[in-house]
Ligand binder design. Sequence first.
Ligand code: S3P
Length: 181
Amino acid sequence: MNIALIGFMGVGKTTVSRALSRLSGRREVDVDRWIVKKEGRPISEIFAADGEDAFRDIETAAIRELCGGSVRGGGVILSCGGGAVLRPENVEVLKKNGVIVLLTARPETVLGRVGDGTSRPALGGQVTIPHITELMEKRRPAYEAAADLTVATDGRPPEEIAEEILRMAGAAEFAVRPGKA
Ligand code: S3P
C-alpha cells in the first residue's frame, strides 16, 4: 500500500515525503517531478503553453500510471501536487492503492514557503495572504473529503511529522527500518 501526501501548495509535502522515505525505507515519488521528467518541461510551461486542463489530464494519467505499478516494488510514498485531489477519479485511484494523508498549514506558513510563486502557476501570480486563504478555503472540502488522516505542519520539523504519520498509518509494513532509505 502507498502513502499519498496531499494538501495545498507549500504545506511541506515534498520535505515530509523525503522524511517518510528515510524513516520507512520506502521509495518516494514526487508526482510533479515525475511529470516534469516525462514531459521534459517545467509545470509552469505546461500551464502557460497548454493550459491548466491539459496539465490536469497529464496529472491524472501520471497518478494512474504510478498507482498502476509503474513504480517497482510498490508501497511507495507518493507526493501529490496541490490540485491532484480536485478530480474525484484521482482520489479513487489513490484510495484504492493506499492511505491518503492531508498535510495542512496556515496561509502565513504557505506564503513563506512558496517564494515569489513563479513555480506555482496555480497561484496565478497572486502570492498574497488573501488569495492563498481564498484558494485554500475553496479547496478545503475536496482535501478533507479525500483524506484518511490529517496532520498540521506549521512550525514542526519534517521528521516529527513523518513519525506521526507512520504511527497513525500504523501498518507494520511501514515500520522504521533505519539505513534502508
Ligand atoms: C498545483 C500545485 C503544484 C503543481 C501545479 C498545480 C495546484 O504542486 O502540481 O503547479 O493546483 O495546487 P505543489 O503543491 O507541490 O506546489
